[in-house]
Design a protein around this ligand. Sequence first.
Ligand SMILES: [Zn+2]
Length: 259
Amino acid sequence: MITLVFRTHLLLFRRAEQHILWPDALALSTLQPQAVVHDEFQFEHQGRTYAVMEVDAATPEPPGFSFLSLRGLFGALDEALFARIGRVAQLLEWNRSHRFCGRCGQATERQQALARICPACGHVSYPRISPAIMALVIRGQELLLARGPHFQPGIYSALAGFCEPGESLEQALRREVREEVGLEVENLRYFGSQSWPFPHSLMVAFTCQYAAGSLLLQPEEIEDARWFPSHALPALSPPISIARQLIDATVAALHTQRP
Ligand SMILES: [Zn+2]
């Protein structure tokens, strides 16, 4: 059995090159007095059982392991396992942040795996999912790629942003592209979606065609954005990310269409 030990939004592991090492019996023995075991979140993946444990925010790290962001798992786990762990992280985050009723302040109780109810006023809260759009803008054989101030050095990606109340995904996409880089786009095409547990987003990816405007960058969000020829792209995010899948599939389609 593998034990996933969460301390707030951080997970206990060690990364050795492309492999993840999970805490061993010795490391777990140092944690157990304060730990809460969440049997309801235990799962199986490829014949192995993953137990879920949560420790207090003050719990020290056992020797040889660290409490790290889930981002550190990226590229080292298969996509299905990453999604399972991301689901658990999101549910634990929701549990922690909905212990009291948002309407009347009473302590809430778990009603089902995915609902907490307030015994005083009946208010029910569900895990939050925040939809965000991703937009890969195409102009002929060129792709618009950008980098934000928090990106790793040299990495570029498609544009992305959160949907606002009252918007469709298409409206959110047009607004984000306009705000971030000053362009108008058309021919939006759905590509795919990916759960993005940082902390509870659902990334919905589209391609679109450039329609009008010239690049005008929003400095708080966009550090750089450029048109890259599809055969000369910069460094991109890891293959597990939907951004990378979107870019790779678009480049492959452009090269197939080429006369
Ligand atoms: Zn209440």
